[in-house]
Each structure stands twice: as C-alpha cells, then as structure tokens.
Design a protein around this ligand. Structure first.
Ligand code: DQA
Length: 141
C-alpha cells in the first residue's frame, strides 16, 4: 500500500520543540522506525509549515494513495481549507495529534479536520502515527 505521512507547521522541530509535550525524538528518526515496521508498504513523508503546500500535497496524492496520516499541527484548529480538502479527496485520512489536545487549552479542542477524517488518534505520542498506518492497512483489507 502507498501511504503518506503528512506533518504541518512546527512539526519539523520535533525533538527540540517543547520536549515535555512532544518528546525528544526527531520525526526523521521516528519515520525510519515506521518504515522498518511497515516495510511491506510504501510509506512517504512530507512536512510543510505552509498551509498551501499542505493543500497541494493533499490534492496531489488524494485520489491515488491508499491513505494519509495527517498531523496538521495548529492548522487543525484554524483551517477550513484543510477540512474542505480532506472532504474533497477520495483517499481516507487519519488525523493524528501527538499530545492530548483535549487536556490542553480550549482553542485546541476543536478540529476543522475531524468531521472529514476516517478516524482520529490523539494523545498517544509518536506511536499515534503507527496506529494510523495500521488503521489504513486494516481499513482496506
Ligand atoms: C499537535 C497539537 C496542536 O494543537 C499543536 O498546534 C501542534 C501539535 C499535536 O501533535 O499534539 O502543533 O497537533
């Protein structure tokens, strides 16, 4: 299966950014582990700090890939456009958040993406990405 891991703003700083919330591992290191864990599948990774680049990526892969595991970072709580993009593509999207957004500030409790996603994984750390990939593999079989 062909699966995209898509990360939004500030997630390029994982490992350095607020490690008490997001942990001490860089995403590139974790992605290597993820590829090894799901070596029978083709996993790709794309990160951008720009909303338009995330939209372009969703449009690019959203009619041909088997699934997208998407952590939109703070755009989760602000972007009608990303929600519309997920609604408009045919590839299923799993929304992931490393931290438990529901234990945090009220503005993090609402997601413009969730209503359009196949499922949501919140608060389980980086493991959430692996669970998302697992869900896509299970979803198709
Ligand atoms: C996050 C939660 C968001 O509220 C925050 O803006 C992020 C990361 C998470 O993975 O826990 O950048 O999506």
């Amino acid at each position: 299966m062909r699966i995209l891991i898509l990360n939004g703003p500030n997630l390029n700083l994982l490992g350095k950014r607020e490690p008490e919330i997001y942990g001490r591992k860089a995403f590139e290191d974790y992605f290597g582990e993820l590829q090894a864990q799901f070596h029978e599948h083709k996993l790709e990774y794309f990160q951008s700090n720009h909303e338009g680049a995330l939209l372009d990526k969703l449009h690019e892969v959203g009619f041909s890939y088997d699934g997208i595991v998407f952590n939109a970072g703070a755009y989760t709580h602000t972007s009608v456009a990303l929600g519309d993009a997920i609604a408009g593509i045919s590839t299923p999207v799993i929304e992931v958040h490393i931290s438990n957004v529901h234990r945090r500030e009220a503005f993090r409790h609402h997601s413009y993406l969730s209503a359009h996603c196949a499922g949501i994984i919140v608060g389980l750390g980086l493991q959430g990405y692996a669970l998302g990939v697992q869900a896509i593999i299970g979803h198709q079989s």
